[in-house]
Design a binder for this molecule. Sequence first.
Ligand code: MGD
Ligand code: MGD
Ligand code: SF4
Ligand code: MO
Length: 731
Amino acid sequence: MVTTEHTGIEHRATFCRICEPLCGMIATVEDGRLVALRPDKDHPLSTGFACQKGIAFSEVVNDPDRVTTPLRRTADGFEPVSWDDAMSDIADRLDRVVRTHGPGAVGWYMGNPGAFSYAHVMAIMAFIKGIGPGTHFFTASSQDTNCRLMASQLLYGTPTSVPIPDLTRTDLLVMMGANPVVSHGSFLTAPRIKDRMHDIVKRGGRVVVIDPRKTETAAQFEWCGIVPDTDALLLLSLLQVMFAEGLAHTREIDTVADGSGWLRAQVAPFTPEVTQAHTGVGPDTVRDLARDLATTPRAAVYGRLGTCVGRYGTLTSYLIDVVNLVAGNLDKPGGSVIVGMGMPAQRLVNIGMGAALRRTYQRTRSRIGGFRAIIGSEPAALMAKEMTTPGQRQIRAMFVSAGNPVLSVPNGDELEDALDSTDLAVGLDFYLTETTAHCDYVLPVTTMYERDDFALVFQQFQATPFRQVTDAVIAPVGQARQEWEIIGELITRMAGQSRVFSGLTAAGKALRRFGVPFTPRMFADVVIRTGAGGDWFGLRRGGLSHRKLARDLPHGKVLSPHLATGTLKSAIAYLRGRIRLEHSDIATEIASLLRTDQPDSYPLRMIGMREARSENSWMHNSALLMRGDRGHHGLMNADDAAELQIADGSEVCVSSPHGSITVPVTLTKDIMPGVIAVPHGWGHKGTGGWRLANQAGGANVNRLTSSDPDDVESLAGMAWLTGVPVRVEPV
Ligand SMILES: Nc1nc2c(c(=O)[nH]1)N[C@H]1C(S)=C(S)[C@@H](COP(=O)(O)OP(=O)(O)OC[C@H]3O[C@@H](n4cnc5c(=O)[nH]c(N)nc54)[C@H](O)[C@@H]3O)O[C@H]1N2
Ligand SMILES: Nc1nc2c(c(=O)[nH]1)N[C@H]1C(S)=C(S)[C@@H](COP(=O)(O)OP(=O)(O)OC[C@H]3O[C@@H](n4cnc5c(=O)[nH]c(N)nc54)[C@H](O)[C@@H]3O)O[C@H]1N2
Ligand code: SF4
Ligand SMILES: [Mo]
């Protein structure tokens, strides 16, 4: 909707895409320039809420440090070049790499903001498919969600069926490894999530937060402290109690799942007394929680980043769903629910997709470490080694879009050298970052407000089913272009020179012959029209299409007040339509749980910590967010610090077997003994072009994490980012 106050000023309804709630925003546009952002009061779910980052985003759009022309690296820095020069040189060099070394010499890393642009994701898929078999693909998900997807692949046969807690109806929410008061929720799209959690308490329910730190979320609800990276043991003990005390909903389990006998035998040794020594959670607490979960009619366990980035991410994610199943809470109102897109043939779509993705998983192995591919992606922790290790499929041309892996992936130093060693490195970003500074070309992209959007990836994680699309609210700043346009042009240029992409461009030509140039929006339209609430191309009167949403419903539309339940079968991709509990890979993980121990010289465990005014590595250049001289600091237990003679606010040296950093620490009682929390995304050091961020500096915490294949989680290739053994010393 556009309201014109007086000539030149417009207020346009749109939505924020920095993080997952996708809060409604009103953009004030003056003479084509985005001058302000404010929360949209008419958005049915965020109802006038937006966080500081969302509001500060106009500073990113208008940042004087923003890259707005293509840049080429020279011996002494970067120089602006024309799009045509940049694209023709990139196409030539890429063509040479593919001709000489084959498609396996090409790699792409897509970072977190990529997931918020459906067109960006689609274009990369087309690119990788077009280059040919063996092309390497990495995403931020191997530092985030791949194990959650893998657990779904094991249980339901497809990584795309991921349950979420039915937030608006639950009476007991157990949150493990998530801090939504700061993060605003993840794999759970729920605007005003903090309010929705307080609603649970208001209706007489409870929210229990299991976390090594008494976080901003834990402080507002009930906190249960846990030793980092031991959640799998806690979950096993919950299951042990449920089976031993006859609380397990056995009839229900056997109706929907195969393998309950196997499961029961697996969990039997893990009594709360056995697990307590590892988790630090007392047997009474475990028994009470098991009883509450199994007897509260509307209860759900939800796990997120903290349960994904330890050494057992897949096992832990698997066990969270299994606890929900055994407690009788899967696919129930107020329980844990797989949402899906609500397509009429959802089950058939899942069966087809699940079979294809399972086949890819079985057939592909990463060159380094032999890891299997989760939705076609490899472990990013091994990306540098894939560039530097000679042999077939060594990466020689590397693309990085919407990511800053030098700061976000283990061993950034190794990655900097690796990028420098390639024949071609190209970054698609609107900043010169610690990563893109190592690219031969940096191509300027539009920000989210300079492109149309439909948050495809997040539709199935909505706590309240909802649809919204947006047009671009301003034209691209400077010479910025959308990723899909850049990739599309590269595909066209390459197809002109070699045979790669000829299939894709033929399909594009065929469409154009019918008078329809292909745009990603066509795909979004099909999804909207065939999904829940869609118009089924005219068959359903009053239903939604992209056009209708854009034209008539600028603040979006709630599809129904609550999630649909009783839909489990359509989410299962196994032909039998039943959940599979028994997996030898899971048994192997369980067997290895008690074997791992802490090296003596690294007695503490490091965890991560997100901050309200940061978004991973990339919002440290906004004056609004950096006000008050913000800098990087860790958080340490006051008793541990006293023992080490460390004073509040002093600098400490944190070392792991892989590296060391120096960072000031704040002391607190609100963290488990033996644990230190250090935020990631800092460590700006002047290679990047963001001046304010560089001034703030900080340390790259991922110098402490491991890029050794032995430390990568075996089932989903997850980086090990929590519970990292460290030593802390005063400096
Ligand atoms: N303000 C802000 N918001 C963000 C981001 C940001 O950088 N800043 N990043 C966005 C991104 S990319 C994501 S993926 C989401 C993540 O959102 P969340 O999943 O909510 O993740 P975090 O906020 O990192 O919270 C993870 C919690 O897990 C705890 N933890 C660490 N190790 C363990 C463990 O072994 N067991 C248990 N039980 N807990 C553990 C940590 O103490 C922490 O409180 O946030 C998004 N939102
Ligand atoms: N130790 C530790 N490491 C972590 C984590 C942790 O908790 N602890 N968290 C992990 C998680 S969950 C994640 S998601 C990753 C994030 O890791 P990455 O995605 O690799 O890094 P970001 O810092 O999010 O960098 C995003 C980049 O994208 C650019 N950008 C923003 N919007 C757009 C856009 O629309 N298009 C393009 N082309 N570029 C854009 C920004 O300028 C920035 O340079 O970090 C992971 N690393
Ligand atoms: S919570 Fe996330 S989506 Fe909402 S305004 Fe803040 S950054 Fe944007
Ligand atoms: Mo993430």
